[in-house]
Write a protein that binds this ligand. Sequence first.
Ligand code: HEC
Ligand code: HEC
Length: 383
Amino acid sequence: MNTTITISDNNDDTNYGPYPSDLTNARLKFSGLIDFDNLHNYASQSIPTYINKDNTLNNSITDHGATLGRILFYDKELSINRSISCGSCHQQAFGFSDLSIQSDGVKGGKTGRHSMRLINTRFADEENFFWNERAASLEIQTTMPIQDHAEMGFSGTNGNPDLNDLLSRLDSIDYYKELFTWVYGDSTATEERLQYALAQFVRSIQSFDSKFDQGLASAGNLNQNFTNYTAAENQGKTLFLLPPNQDGAGCQGCHRGPEFDIDPASQNNGITSSIGGGSDYTNTRAPSLRDLFNSNGVLNGPLMHNGDFSTLEEVIDHYNQITIDPANPNLDRRLTSPPGPGPGGPQGQNLNLTAAEKSALVAFIRTLSGADVYANEKWSDPF
Ligand code: HEC
Ligand code: HEC
C-alpha cells in the first residue's frame, strides 16, 4: 500500500492555476449550477480562532481546485457502470454520511464498514484516514474507493477496468479536458490530480455555526459554563470534559474539543464486531463528534464502524459499562478501571452515570451541530 505521496509543488498554490482555459463545455454542462466567473469561497472561509488543528500538508485549498473536486465528488463517471459517485455514500443532508449501515456500491456491492461523516476532516491532528487508519493521508484516501471492487469498481481485478481506464475515460470527457487545464495547466487526468482536487473539496467541508461555537466564542474558555446553554447542556459539557477519576465520562480524552477530533494515540473502544461476523480490533479512528445530528436533530446515520448503535443513548450505555473481551488485544487502557492491567486482568470502566447524567451528555453533544453545512450550495450536487 502507498505510504507517501509525491507532491511536486510544496505550498505553492500558484501551481494550481487558474490557468487560461476555454470552459465552453463546462459552462454548458453545469449551466445554472456552477458560475465559473464567480466561484464559491472554499479557500478563505472563516475559521474560529480557537480551532488550531489542521492536517493540510502541501495541498492548500483553492477555489478552482475545490470546484473541480466538487464535480468529481458528485460525478457517477467515477464508477465503472456510471451508477455511483462519492456523494451516493456521503450525502450532504446527513453530514456526508449515509443512513444505511452498509452503503450500496457498484453491481450490488456493499461496503464492509459504515460510511463516515466528512465534516471538519481538515481540523484534526490525525493524518490517517478510514476507521482503521489504513490511508496515510486524505489525498491517498480519495482514490481508494474508486479502486474498491465493491464501491466504485475500478479494481483491475476479475476482468474489471483499473484506475488507468478511468483516467482515459476522464481524458475523453470534454468538460474534464477544460477543467484539468484550468486547474493544472494541461488536460491530462492523473491519479495525483484527482487526489489533490478531491482532497481540497473534502477539506473544505466545514461546520462552525453550532450552539457550541456561539457559546465558546462568548465564553472564551471551554471549561467555563456557556451562557447560551441550558443547565443540562452545561452539565453534559462538564461530564464530557472531565476524566472518570474526577467524576466525568472521559470523552474529551479521545474526542478532543473544540475540534472533537480523535486522539491519534487512541486504541479501539471495545466495539469490535465486524458487519459480516467475526471480530475487528483495528478501528481506532472516529470522525469528529461534531454534527452527529443534522440541523433537524436527526441522527446522521448509525454510529460506529459497524453501525452497531442507532441512538447516542446506546453509545453512552456502552461507555458507561465497558465489557472486557479477553480476545481484544487493543482495547484502549483509558476505558479500563483501574487503567491498565489489574489483579486478574483489567476491568472495564463503570462510570455509574445516572439517567439524568446520560441525558445531559446527549443534550451537550446535540449542541455540536451546525446548519449551514447541510444546505450550502457550495457542497451540493452540481449534476
Ligand atoms: C459505496 C460507498 C462509498 C463510496 C462510493 C465512497 N465512499 Fe468514502 N467511505 C465509505 C465508507 C464505508 C467509509 C469507511 C470505510 C472504512 O473505514 O473501511 C468511507 C470513508 C471515507 C473517508 C474517510 C473519512 C475519515 O474520517 O477517515 C473519506 C475521506 C471518504 N470516504 C471520501 C470519499 C471520496 C472522496 C469518495 C469518492 C472518490 C468516496 N469516499 C466514495 C463509503 C463510500
Ligand atoms: C479511549 C478513547 C475513547 C474514549 C475515552 C471515548 N471514545 Fe468514543 N470512540 C473512540 C473510537 C476509537 C471510536 C471509533 C470506534 C469504532 O467505530 O470502532 C469512537 C466512536 C465514538 C462514536 C461514534 C462516532 C461515529 O461517527 O459513528 C461516538 C458517538 C462516541 N465515540 C462517543 C463517545 C462518548 C460520548 C464518550 C464518552 C462517554 C467517548 N466516545 C469516549 C474512542 C474513544
